[in-house]
Design a protein around this ligand. Structure first.
Ligand code: PLP
Length: 441
């Protein structure tokens, strides 16, 4: 079989214009013409150069403050909780407006702001907020936008933690949630009422790896007057930028692929427009969910290699998915790069790669799932994803343990499902480990 990943390696990131310092004070010159492989450089003023660059390039060059005639290549870690002023009015201005300066790191911090600028740029948003975790990002958006009595429409198959928050919202604030499959925009239209406020989707669903028709679902949401929020954790901006498809707000667990090394916990909220960002900034300040500057710095460092890592994650996932599909103990492989996957056509249209997450169902059900994950020697049984190491889990007993048997079935999660975050190891070593753990199941 031809490698499935070949069909999706389009990597068609949009170009974006940026102003960067003009080191040689040249003006009015165009050094290159924009084109599919080109880099346009327009020397606009003596102070700045406008460049049109690919996503890979933009992920590497975070803004850094000018020092005395030079600037740091790596964004420094401003590990300080507070900033001193000579003037009380300037301190008050900085507390009211993060653009006016830095006063207190719960409001804004230079390292965190550099990450927010890069994240907003990569997702094509107006602005971003870095918060303490992915759940911090999701809660900040839900609590910031919803009022008691509101109604939410959400994809049925979601990260278990998000599902738990929706359940808690219903009990505590009378905010009820209707679940849709995420495959048919007509379901969104049918579920909407005059109390509906928000549509919540995942680009690639956790843990079924389903890919819904994001543009059509968002269009149906907007038609019903909903704010459309997309969790883009599994796809990352390398594979999909939901704001290009109409999303109003994108959330991330940067703990996963964006950080990429299983060594930080951080969340991001990216708003398509300043009008959504500003009240969310004030709300996160009040909630007290600011990201730690060191975690922000680790995320900035992770972003520098995100494109490279995603390319390898996608290629190794293709390798593993094809081998699992040929294995008798496996009844079904969930990876949208496989031509017979029900979302293959949607994924080809929407994504610039099929992703590094693979799930599969074992014929032996729950016992086989639990036995498989404990037999692995190289891949680790761990409740996270997106790092260099391959991690596996049995969703029914761990990440989705909050769901009862009926909810699991409705979300398409089998008792024998195993979820794999395919790491950066050599794919043959990984398969050797999987093969020994599958033997005899
Ligand atoms: N969104 C998705 C899709 C996730 O998989 C997770 C965690 O696994 C989260 C959000 C929550 O992120 P965090 O653990 O950083 O709070």
């Amino acid at each position: 079989m031809a490698p499935a990943v070949a069909a999706c390696s389009r990597w068609r990131e949009p170009y974006r214009s940026h102003s960067i310092p003009n080191p040689r004070n040249l003006t009015g010159v165009t050094l290159a013409t924009p084109g599919p492989a080109g880099l346009a450089v327009r020397l606009d003023t003596a102070e700045s150069v406008v460049m049109t660059m690919h996503l890979e390039t933009r992920a590497i060059h975070a803004p850094a403050a000018e020092l005395n005639g030079s600037r740091p290549v790596s964004t420094p870690i401003y590990q300080t909780s507070v900033f001193a002023f000579d003037d009380a009015a300037a301190c008050a201005r900085a507390l009211d407006d993060p653009g006016a300066g830095f006063a207190y790191s719960r409001y804004a911090n230079p390292t965190t702001s550099a990450l927010e600028a890069v994240a907003a740029d990569l997702e094509g948003g107006a602005a971003a907020l870095a918060v303490s975790s992915g759940m911090g990002a999701i809660n900040a958006v839900l609590l910031g936008l919803l009022r008691p009595g509101d109604h939410v429409i959400a994809q049925r198959c979601l990260y278990g933690g998000t599902f738990a928050v929706f359940t808690a919202l219903a009990a505590r604030y009378g905010i009820d949630v209707s679940y849709v499959s995420g495959r048919d925009p007509a379901e969104v239209t049918a579920a909407a009422s005059d109390r509906s406020r928000l549509l919540f989707l995942e680009t690639i669903a956790n843990p079924t790896i389903a890919v819904g028709d994001l543009p059509a679902l968002i269009a149906a949401g907007h038609q019903a007057g909903l704010t459309c929020v997309v969790d883009n954790t599994f796809a990352t901006p390398v594979l999909c930028r939901p704001i290009e498809h109409g999303a109003d707000i994108v959330v991330h667990s940067a703990t996963k692929y964006l950080g990429g090394h299983d060594d930080l916990t951080l969340g991001l909220v990216i708003s398509a427009r300043e009008q959504e960002h500003r009240p969310l900034w004030k709300h996160t300040v009040d909630l007290g969910v600011a990201a730690d500057p060191f975690a922000a710095w680790l995320t900035l460092r992770g972003l520098k290699t995100l494109s490279l890592r995603m390319e390898r994650h996608c290629a190794s996932a293709a390798h593993l998915a094809e081998r699992l599909a040929a294995c008798p103990a496996v009844t079904r492989v969930h990876w949208p790069g496989l031509p017979d996957h029900p979302d293959h056509a949607t994924a080809r249209r929407l994504l610039d790669g099929f992703g590094g997450m693979v799930a599969f169902d074992l014929a032996g059900g729950r016992d086989a799932g639990l036995a498989f994950v404990s037999r692995l020697r190289l891949a680790a049984l761990a409740a996270s994803l997106g790092g260099a190491e391959t991690l596996v889990l049995h969703p029914a007993s761990t990440s989705h343990r909050q769901m009862d048997a009926a909810s699991l079935r409705a979300a398409g999660i089998e008792e024998g499902s195993v979820r794999v975050s395919v790491g950066l190891e050599h794919p043959d070593d990984l398969w050797a480990d999987f093969e020994q753990a599958l033997a005899g199941l």
